[in-house]
Design a protein around this ligand. Structure first.
Ligand SMILES: *[C@@H]1O[C@H](CO)[C@@H](O)[C@H](O)[C@H]1NC(C)=O
Ligand SMILES: *[C@@H]1O[C@H](CO)[C@@H](O)[C@H](O)[C@H]1NC(C)=O
Ligand SMILES: *[C@@H]1O[C@H](CO)[C@@H](O)[C@H](O)[C@H]1NC(C)=O
Ligand SMILES: *[C@@H]1O[C@H](CO)[C@@H](O)[C@H](O)[C@H]1NC(C)=O
Ligand SMILES: *[C@@H]1O[C@H](CO)[C@@H](O)[C@H](O)[C@H]1NC(C)=O
Ligand SMILES: *[C@@H]1O[C@H](CO)[C@@H](O)[C@H](O)[C@H]1NC(C)=O
Ligand SMILES: *[C@@H]1O[C@H](CO)[C@@H](O)[C@H](O)[C@H]1NC(C)=O
Ligand SMILES: *[C@@H]1O[C@H](CO)[C@@H](O)[C@H](O)[C@H]1NC(C)=O
Ligand SMILES: *[C@@H]1O[C@H](CO)[C@@H](O)[C@H](O)[C@H]1NC(C)=O
Ligand SMILES: *[C@@H]1O[C@H](CO)[C@@H](O)[C@H](O)[C@H]1NC(C)=O
Ligand SMILES: *[C@@H]1O[C@H](CO)[C@@H](O)[C@H](O)[C@H]1NC(C)=O
Length: 714
């Protein structure tokens, strides 16, 4: 049956109906209507067979429930693989109370007969591929309809969101129209027609215009969500009259603005979630927020908020999530006593103007799972007390002015859960701790210590990080070789040590990296690592395109160092590589033929070395190459005129006086005249499209330095 928990009346009704004499068989007329519904489908997912095999009493059919008079009261055919139109005959079942057709693959729209039925109280057609218009009020319908729950979410309904319909929906308690393509305004008639609404979810549509002040007429509203639309204007004062509100959620509309009025907000004392992220709100976070004692989630990220964090925030002891990233908050965090926030799991202050040292009280938040302080002006040393944060699995300190990397790493090794650690752009000109006593970090998957100008060598303690997948050490001043233990990092698939002063030849061990040799996908996300609501990411923008997809680019970047020697033949073993950069080193000798084995390569940079000989013909078959650079070497002979290499411009080949080819000043004397074939499946760049689509859908733009998303977090 249709189990449903909002209106208790419905349940009672059902109990009554089901306990009462269940023996009466269904009437012929009821049966006829059900068979008409079945006949209207183009695919029934085996329903016809099931019904046929279960006798003539339609009350005993799969998904059907009846009352004592043999009248059908419930149709629960969710996830039955039904296709084709929903037949209006269903509405001929005059005792029907509850219809659940969710998770099917219907075509066409929702019959007005069902929506304006004189009996149906629960109608769930979510996730059912319905499209077209939602029926507007037929002129014949003038009296109130009994409908209490309408779930049309996650379909493809488009066009204007209906406004007249609600005039006869006095009984409506829950309306979920999210994740469709509705346009137009939030109708101001909504809460006038349906004043009993407790749940209104309009998020993920294309609604525009202002938030109507009539929403304040829904005095029982608990859940109000209209995020990811194009709403503009301010939050009308009337909204703050609905004191039963538990979820007030308008994220990612972009255009909502104004200041949060402390005297207004404090009226919503039942608030659990306040989500206004991704808009244009300004002003300060009001002191009175401390009176919202039930508040669990505060999302004001990506707005234009300024001023200090109010110290009263420490009174919101139920807070689990604080998201204030990308604002203009200033001052010292020291005023807030975080020690009282024992439920805090996620604190995101990325990209503000906050300064001072990290207050000690943060280290008392023993449930903290994600802490992002990147891109602020924090300074000082990280206290050893950070080791108290046993659940911390994501930490980003990137782009502040923290000092003493040795102390920081020693302190963090007690954070046993840490899986992502991003500490780059701090610790300027310090020494990479060589220290063998650094231990722990068993769960670390992603370590970024980029752009610190650190001196020293690639330290031995890294060899203990056996779960490491991504290691970023670029933009430092590290010297010495790439150590031989590197191939013991069985999961490493992304190694960027570019722009250091590393020396020596490319070690054979590097040619043995298990993940770079194998086609096993480089899945960065381990869903078990995070609660869904904690997914967050911080990466370098230029590489964003590699990162968001679950299948990250397998990358080896040794560019801009002092490596020397020949490029080893064994490089051909790293078949999984999508990106290989050996540029700006002192490599000499020929380009090994075996590079032709790296058939997944999308970007290959061998420029600014001392490579000699001809371009190996084997490179022509690198069909996925979208970037190729061998400029400024001492190569000779013809550039291939067929295959992928012939598609690149002169800039890919310049600075090799002995090279000739049609794109160079230096034409070859006898040119092969094979046709140019261009095959390009740009896997890596298609991720950009993925990113954009994802960003648009979740309303999170691709931000310049950092950040990724998850609708549950952002
Ligand atoms: C309809 O069925 C789905 C799948 O079983 C269920 O999740 C949903 O809660 C049901 N709808 C209602 C209104 O009970
Ligand atoms: C209806 O018939 C199918 C066989 O087609 C059987 O699997 C199913 O259990 C029957 N359902 C009921 C409610 O008797
Ligand atoms: C049953 O529904 C169909 C389609 O809506 C309608 O044409 C027909 O008149 C209805 N029959 C009865 C007896 O109500
Ligand atoms: C549709 O919405 C109703 C009311 O919020 C809810 O009870 C039901 O579970 C939803 N259906 C699905 C499939 O989530
Ligand atoms: C509305 O439906 C969507 C699924 O389509 C669901 O994810 C969301 O939680 C529902 N909203 C509410 C407030 O229950
Ligand atoms: C939105 O609806 C589509 C189907 O139209 C579904 O695949 C997707 O999961 C829904 N998204 C959410 C967040 O419920
Ligand atoms: C941000 O807020 C400040 C005042 O705090 C205001 O002067 C400025 O115009 C706002 N910027 C935007 C883009 O809204
Ligand atoms: C941020 O606030 C500071 C100080 O209040 C101000 O000088 C600066 O212009 C603001 N920046 C933006 C982008 O609003
Ligand atoms: C870093 O911290 C350690 C431990 O507190 C201390 O011994 C050392 O002197 C500090 N280093 C610097 C450069 O301040
Ligand atoms: C190389 O790294 C240094 C820091 O060690 C940095 O200042 C410089 O800008 C980097 N160069 C490039 C080209 O990124
Ligand atoms: C390879 O590395 C060099 C030096 O770090 C950089 O300038 C160049 O842009 C990189 N090439 C590609 C294709 O990313």
């Amino acid at each position: 049956m249709c189990s449903f928990n909002i209106p208790p009346i419905v349940l009672q009704l059902f109990l009554l109906l089901f306990l009462a004499s269940p023996t009466t068989a269904c009437t012929d007329e009821e049966k006829r209507n059900l068979l008409q519904f079945l006949a209207g489908l183009s695919r029934d997912g085996g329903l016809a067979t099931s019904w046929r095999n279960n006798g003539t009493d339609c009350c005993k059919w799969e998904g059907i429930s009846c009352n004592g008079d043999g009248a059908v009261t419930g149709v629960s055919l969710e996830s039955k693989g039904l296709e084709g139109p929903i037949s209006p005959f269903l509405a001929n079942l005059t005792s029907l109370l509850c219809v659940n057709l969710s998770h099917n693959s219907f075509s066409g729209g929702l019959p007005a007969e069902l929506m304006f039925s004189r009996s149906i109280i629960v109608l769930d057609v979510s996730f059912s591929r319905l499209n077209g218009l939602l029926p507007e009020l037929p002129s014949l319908v003038t009296t109130d309809r009994p409908l209490q729950v309408l779930n049309i979410s996650s379909n493809q309904f488009g066009s204007e969101f209906p406004s007249a319909t609600w005039k006869v929906m006095k009984n409506l308690i829950a309306l979920n129209a999210s994740n469709n393509s509705f346009t137009g305004h939030i109708p101001s008639s909504l809460c006038i027609g349906s004043p009993s609404l407790a749940l209104l979810d309009l998020c993920y549509n294309q609604l525009s215009g202002d938030i109507p002040n009539t929403l304040g007429n829904c005095s029982k509203l608990k859940v109000l969500k209209a995020g990811n639309n194009h709403l503009t204007g301010i939050l009308p004062v009337e909204i703050f009259h609905t004191t039963s509100l538990e979820y007030l959620s308008f994220p990612n509309n972009g255009g909502l603005q104004g200041e949060l009025n402390g005297a207004h907000i404090v009226k919503l004392s039942n608030l659990l979630t306040l989500d206004l992220g991704g808009n244009s709100f300004s002003g300060t976070i009001p002191e009175s927020i401390g009176q919202l004692r039930n508040l669990e989630e505060l999302h004001l990220g990506s707005n234009n908020m300024s001023g200090e964090l109010p110290s009263t925030m420490s009174n919101c002891t139920n807070l689990k999530t604080i998201d204030l990233k990308i604002n203009n908050l200033t001052g010292d965090l020291g005023k807030v006593n975080f020690a009282t926030l024992q439920n805090l799991k996620s604190l995101d202050l990325m990209k503000n103007n906050l300064g001072g040292i990290i207050p000690e009280s943060i280290y008392s938040c023993s449930n903290l799972t994600a802490l992002r302080l990147s891109d602020n002006h924090f300074h000082g040393e990280i206290s050893t007390r950070i080791g108290n944060l046993k659940h911390l699995s994501f930490l980003s300190l990137t782009e502040n002015s923290f000092t003493n990397i040795t102390k920081t790493l020693h302190a963090l090794q007690s954070c046993r859960s840490i899986s992502i650690l991003l500490i780059g752009k701090n610790f300027m000109n310090e020494a990479m701790p060589p220290d063998e006593t650094i231990d722990g970090f068993q769960n670390l998957q992603y370590l970024s210590v980029q752009h610190c100008s650190l001196t020293g060598r690639i330290p031995i303690w890294l060899s203990k990080l056996t779960n490491l997948k991504t290691l970023e050490l670029f933009n430092n001043r590290l010297t010495g070789p790439v150590p031989d233990w590197i191939n013991s990092l069985n999961h490493l698939f992304y190694l960027d040590v570019s722009n250091n002063s590393l020396t020596g030849e490319i070690p054979v061990a590097l040619m043995e990296m298990p993940m770079l040799k194998s086609d096993k996908p480089a899945i960065f996300w381990d869903p078990r690592l995070f609660d869904l609501d904690l997914l967050i990411y911080a990466v370098d923008p230029s590489k964003l395109q590699y990162r968001i997809n679950s299948d990250w680019c397998k990358l080896l970047n040794l560019g801009n160092n002092k490596f020397t020697g020949m490029i080893p033949q064994e490089i051909g073993q790293l078949k999984a590589l999508l990106y290989l950069n050996l540029s700006s080193n002192n490599f000499y000798g020929e380009i090994p033929q075996s590079i032709g084995n790296l058939t997944n390569l999308q970007r290959l940079d061998l420029s600014n070395n001392h490579l000699t000989g001809e371009i190996p013909a084997a490179l022509e078959i690198l069909h996925f190459l979208s970037e190729f650079n061998i400029s400024n070497n001492d190569l000779e002979g013809p550039v291939p005129t067929t295959g992928q290499l012939s598609t690149f411009q002169a800039s890919s080949f310049n600075g090799n006086p002995k090279l000739c080819g049609p794109m160079l000043i230096n034409h070859c004397s006898s040119v092969e005249a094979a046709p140019i074939s261009i095959i390009s499946a740009k896997k890596c760049s298609s991720n950009v499209i993925f990113v954009t689509a994802f960003g648009v859908f979740f309303g999170v733009g691709v931000l310049y330095d950092q950040l990724i998303l998850f609708r549950y977090f952002g």
